[in-house]
Write a protein that binds this ligand. Structure first.
Ligand code: SF4
Length: 329
């Protein structure tokens, strides 16, 4: 593992057992996140973004999930494979190295516990603080993330707070243990545009101050451009393109990335019909023999029906999985 990366995912497969059969939710995913960078994961709903991210904390039901590949986390003891950790080791690692901000804070927080106490409880265990010290620590964080007035908010229950305030509580919780990596799973999707902008500003500010790495999952390319340094584009459980944000936005290589970028609304297109990507993502109950995007791709050729494209480097740190770029095939 490269010492500059906080996390490195190699050839990750995640299969979920459902009543309708096995869902091949993630297949052959490779992803590297550098220390101190914000890495975006973007794609349509059901493309494997959240499943990949939740795998980093092994949050899927162990009875119904099969993992293969490796997820290497850079720790004080050197790189450790999360998929090989036992439960005790994994619990220690959560809150020390990695924490997660979920899309819907209302269902992520305990509804019958005061917001401040939920964080103080974690801080007391992870930082070995006394009750009073933990409360003071939480009040300081509340102040920093704009949960005001801190003392009043500390004693409120989740149902007494707005969506934006609850998301700030989730951010405060993620920041409270000073982890090395935060996984933010669509943290602004449920918020209105003004609050969304405030939360993004807040995350940018804290990322800069603490140099924490962030994996930012979103389907919003505007958010990627706003906050991310690098990005992985996912489709049908696979990473189809990856690179720094400037390369992906200025010179997208994969037909799916190009189509996503062309589907963005633009103020210069007022009155014109918005571009969309025809068709829908495929169901993931079967393994693919060809390119999963073939049915929707305007460049598809015979080879695309029978061979899955491999990852190919189009330039340093910019890869694409498409038969139009044949070097790696
Ligand atoms: Fe399109 Fe073929 Fe490339 Fe898939 S491999 S994106 S079908 S050109």
């Amino acid at each position: 593992m490269d010492g500059r990366n906080i996390i490195e995912i190699n050839n990750l497969d995640v299969n979920l057992m459902s009543v309708r059969g096995i869902v091949h939710a993630v297949s052959g995913v490779n992803m590297k996140v550098k220390k101190g960078e914000v890495h975006g994961v973007v794609g349509e709903s059901g493309c494997g973004k959240s499943v990949s991210a939740k795998s980093i904390l092994k949050l899927h039901d162990p009875e119904r999930t099969e993992y293969s590949g490796e997820i290497l986390l850079d720790t004080e003891e050197g790189p450790l494979d999360i998929l090989k950790m036992n439960n005790r080791h994994l619990t220690n690692m959560k809150g020390k190295y990695v924490s997660m901000i979920f899309q819907d804070p209302m269902t992520s927080l305990n509804p019958i516990m005061k917001a401040g106490e939920q964080i103080a409880e974690v801080v007391r265990i992870k930082k070995n603080l006394k009750k009073k010290e933990a409360k003071k620590y939480v009040l300081d964080i509340f102040d920093k993330v704009g949960i005001l007035p801190p003392e009043k908010r500390y004693n409120q229950y989740p149902f007494e707070m707005s969506g934006g305030m609850l998301q700030r509580v989730m951010i405060a919780m993620a920041l409270s243990c000073e982890v090395k990596l935060i996984i933010a799973d669509e943290p602004t999707t449920a918020l209105d545009v003004t609050i969304q902008a405030q939360i993004l500003e807040l995350m940018k500010k804290f990322q800069k101050e603490s140099n924490t790495s962030i994996i930012f999952i979103t389907h919003n390319l505007g958010v990627v451009a706003e906050i991310c340094n690098s990005v992985s584009v996912m489709y049908a459980g696979r990473v189809v393109e990856s690179g720094n944000v400037v390369d992906i936005f200025d010179n997208p290589a994969h037909p799916y990335t190009k189509a996503l970028l062309e589907s963005r609304p633009s103020s210069s297109d007022t009155g014109k019909k918005m571009k969309t990507i025809a068709g829908a993502p495929p169901a993931l109950y079967r393994k693919f023999i060809g390119c999963p995007f073939e049915a929707r791709c305007e460049y598809a050729m015979d080879l695309c029906k029978v061979k899955i494209p491999c990852e190919t480097a189009v330039k340093e740190e910019h890869t694409v999985a498409c038969h139009l770029y044949k070097k790696g095939d």
